[in-house]
Design a protein around this ligand. Structure first.
Ligand code: SF4
Length: 490
């Protein structure tokens, strides 16, 4: 054997990364299940189940394709690679560029040679050229460049449908008296059962752990959900945990699907004429826009970016994040329970419930970031660092987003059915029945008036603050709410 090809658990695709052009006669494939990854933190077990079972299935597939494949359990990735090198006589190790600064450094110091990471549609170099030419890093500008560069939903330099953005059409509340398609269930095999058993849980039918299952999920989205995805993409409901979301991010992020495969399927379906343009635009914005932008920013901004805490937030993580019984707020109970059940909720609960809460209560950004990393099935450093530090809790002082994403209970009330069965009232800002989000929203604006008063995008919000006649009372209620969160009684 001439080379060891090291496959991280998020590079599980035979045609991309270091496996592109691999030769079973010369290359031995190594995957390492590190104890650090499994027991190094209080990881959500659904997340571990998905990542580990997918990697073990992939190792078996490579064996089936004729590759000598080693699946090594070791304390750390580097320990695993040392075992492999010992067995194969110190031959060079090749890997695609890993997806975190920490792993990049560790592998580089160990002497691993990298090939370009092509699990994205935009190389790190290309993104950095774009970012380096910008005064501000607006996702919308990047996205338009992507549309033109990739030739998706454009005619020349012009957007098909006459506009770049259909967000306004894609903000409907959950529909009433509505029937959702059945969930696609994935049957556990022997590998799944063994992994679940090791983790002390039952196999999870919500997630596939093979490429075949991931492709079935893609087909299910294209056939049954795509045409209704757009209007309800921001809606939240207790009636259905997935609505019309694709549920593809775990597979795109661990390599079982490549983003180009997802885009090709979406384009082919759109070309049949069955998909409204707002659905198509909303979906490709997520895949060729947000996903690529977030990864690009992660590498462009460098390893120190995650330490940002420009608002000086120092509160410890609230008990309700780990235990939904520590809150009476229905929106949070539902969201946290959903995360503990299947390690996933869509982008709006992530942004407008969880991050909104962390920002309004002043939870330390790094503690919140670590929690998001631990809990979500599709979380990696590259996903969570920009999404949390930049977008979620505005800890970077506005480097990524022009204003903080904060909202009171009225937004959640409009976009979900959560408030109907909640003991709090989204319209009230003072008193014991006041929605904690509503109280803290105004308190946040008041506390941060000096920081944001020059931000013209927040002028309307501050004009609203000025009109409040009960601010002194509200400030007292805000203190009660904040200590109630710490005691788990709100
Ligand atoms: Fe959440 Fe407030 Fe609505 Fe209750 S009233 S569900 S706390 S937004």
């Amino acid at each position: 054997m001439k080379r060891i090809i090291y496959i991280p658990f998020d590079h599980l695709h035979a045609k991309f990364g270091a496996l592109k052009g691999a030769n079973p006669k010369e290359d031995v494939i190594v995957l390492v299940e590190s104890a650090r990854m499994v027991t190094g933190d209080d990881w959500n077990k659904v997340r571990l189940y998905f990542l580990i079972s997918s990697a073990r299935h992939f190792a078996e597939e490579l064996k089936g394709a004729g590759f000598q494949t080693k699946y090594i359990k070791a304390p750390t990735t580097i320990d695993g690679l040392k075992v492999a090198q010992l067995e194969f006589g110190g031959i060079p190790i090749v890997s695609a560029e890993p997806s975190s600064h920490r792993q990049y450094k560790a592998l580089q110091e160990f002497g691993v040679t990298f090939v370009e990471n092509d699990f994205f549609l935009t190389s790190r170099k290309l993104f950095s050229q774009w970012a380096g030419s910008q005064k501000s890093f607006l996702m919308e500008s990047f996205y338009r460049v992507q549309r033109i560069r990739l030739g998706i939903l454009v005619e020349g330099n012009k957007p098909i449908g006459g506009q770049w953005n259909f967000d306004k059409e894609n903000r409907l509340p959950p529909p009433k008296n509505y029937t959702y398609p059945d969930y696609l269930e994935h049957k556990a095999d022997e590998i799944d059962k063994a992994v679940a058993n090791e983790l002390g849980i039952s196999p999870i039918s919500d997630w596939a752990t093979t490429r075949k299952g991931a492709k079935a999920q893609l087909k299910n989205f294209i056939d049954n959900h795509f045409a209704s995805f757009g209007p309800y993409e921001d809606a939240m409901t207790t009636e259905n945990w997935a609505l019309h979301h694709s549920l593809l991010s775990p597979y795109i992020n661990n390599g079982l699907l490549h983003p180009s495969e997802v885009i090709d399927a979406a384009v082919a379906k759109f070309e049949t004429g069955d998909i409204p343009i707002a659905c198509m635009e909303g979906f490709i914005r997520q895949v060729i826009g947000w996903r690529e932008y977030v990864n690009g920013m992660y590498w462009f901004l460098g390893p120190d970016y995650k330490e940002n805490n420009q608002l000086g937030s120092s509160r410890k993580l609230l008990p309700l994040f780990d235990d939904a019984s520590k809150t009476e707020m229905n929106c949070l109970k539902v969201t946290v329970n959903d995360i503990h059940t299947r390690a996933w909720v869509h982008h709006i609960p992530r942004l407008m419930i969880l991050s909104n809460l962390a920002l309004l209560t002043g939870v330390n950004p790094q503690e919140f970031l670590d929690w998001m990393r631990r809990e979500f099935i599709d979380a990696s450093d590259w996903v969570m660092v920009p999404n949390v530090i930049g977008m979620g809790v505005h800890a970077d002082g506005g480097l990524m987003m022009t204003k903080p994403y904060v909202a009171g209970g009225s937004y959640i009330s409009r976009m979900s059915n959560y408030c109907k069965s909640c003991k709090y009232d989204p319209k009230l800002r003072v008193g014991e029945s006041a929605c904690p989000f509503t109280t803290l929203y105004w308190d946040f604006l008041d506390r941060n008036l000096e920081v944001f008063k020059g931000n013209h995008r927040m002028a309307q919000q501050f004009a609203g603050l000025k009109r409040l006649s009960d601010l002194p009372e509200l400030k007292i209620r805000a203190q009660e709410v904040l200590s109630g969160f710490e005691n788990g009684t709100i």
